[in-house]
Design a protein around this ligand. Structure first.
Ligand SMILES: [Zn+2]
Ligand SMILES: [Zn+2]
Length: 347
């Protein structure tokens, strides 16, 4: 496995150069939004979609958990006509179990038992303990608390309202038998919609007053772990987990909503794992961490979206991971601060 050494600044030498920004990182520069090339290249698009769906990836695992949830661990839709404790608790406990299972399994593997050592780990630092920044002064406890107390609760509330809406035929729906092509296409389109939705919501969350009160909670985590992904302020959870609201207007099936909600929650566990891939006996099992977003946690004013859509590129906030991009971003940031100071003085 290549282990790259590179530093904050281009052309650094000597002792400065020894300070590594990353313990490990993928080959740089990272690329952005390969599907959106002009003119469209159908073969390229097919290859990219195949790389998402025709091998073991986070979204394939989540599709399987959604299907298993729907078949074995979902109260019958007929019972959801009225709000009752039993079926609501059923959904809550299943969501809690799913989330705790994936986040704990990855945390134990990487951080407690260190089963992969430092191989493919982006940030070499340990999770923070005894730090004022975190609730309970501990990064892990902070992340567990916000993920469960707020994240799983709001996820469940949204899912419960959807199931109640489907049971009462208040939401437009489709089923597999009547429209199999559309039924399958929705699963492929959900991550693309999420990419679009997430960019704009996340961009808005970096508006300074909102950032300070809400989004800063997620950004307590500069070095991230599996439990950091869904560690957010309740207001951010409400916004972030509203991505599936699209199904209120696009005819879908309850399974699409279950997948969409599990995608928003569980993909965050995988992408914040802090390790690029999970290895077992040096064999790559599944891609996990997401260097594109890891850069966002390190440098804040870049990579607001995902690399499936080119919003960051179009709006000039794409960071490709290179020291040159870091330098460029710092210069832009200084200009932005100077402008803000100038307008404060003028006011
Ligand atoms: Zn952010
Ligand atoms: Zn994050």
């Amino acid at each position: 496995m290549p282990s790259h050494n590179y530093t904050d600044q281009p052309n650094e030498t000597g002792a400065q150069a020894k300070r590594k920004v990353w313990h490990w990182h993928p080959e740089l520069p990272i690329t952005n939004a390969k599907i959106f090339v002009w003119p469209p290249r159908p073969l390229t698009i097919f290859k990219i979609l195949a790389s998402y769906w025709l091998r073991l990836t986070g979204r394939v695992v989540i599709l399987l958990t959604a299907i298993l949830s729907w078949i074995y661990f979902q109260p019958l839709l007929a019972t959801a006509v009225n709000f009752e404790v039993e079926w609501v608790a059923h959904i809550y406990l299943r969501n809690l179990g799913l989330f705790v299972f994936f986040a704990t399994a990855l945390h134990l593997y990487f951080y407690t038992y260190k089963a992969q050592g430092m191989e493919l780990r982006y940030d070499g630092r340990e999770m923070a303990r005894d730090s004022d920044v975190f609730t309970f002064r501990n990064q892990l406890f902070d992340n567990v608390f916000w993920s469960i107390a707020s994240g799983v609760t709001i996820w469940t509330i949204f899912e419960v309202f959807f199931m109640w809406g489907y049971a009462n035929e208040m939401i437009p729906s489709v089923n597999l038998a009547d429209n199999p092509v559309w039924f399958v296409a929705i699963f492929i389109l959900i991550p693309l919609w999420y990419s679009f939705y997430f960019y704009w919501i996340h961009r808005a969350e970096h508006w300074p007053p909102f950032y300070k009160k809400v989004h800063a909670l997620h950004h307590r985590n500069v070095n991230v772990g599996p439990w950091s992904g869904l560690s957010m302020h309740p207001i951010e959870h409400i916004l972030y987990l509203a991505s599936p609201a699209i199904h209120l207007v696009i005819p879908s099936h309850p399974l699409h909503v279950i997948f969409h909600l599990q995608f928003t929650t569980l993909i965050a566990v995988f992408t914040h794992a802090g390790y690029d891939r999970l290895l077992i006996k040096d064999k790559s099992i599944i891609d996990l961490g997401y260097f594109f977003h890891q850069l966002h946690h390190r440098y804040f004013y870049c990579n607001y979206g995902t690399d499936e859509m080119p919003w960051d590129k179009w709006f000039g906030s794409f960071h490709d991971g290179t020291p040159e991009a870091t330098k460029h971003q710092m210069q832009q940031e200084m200009r932005r601060k100077k402008r803000a100071q100038g307008s404060n003085k003028a006011a």
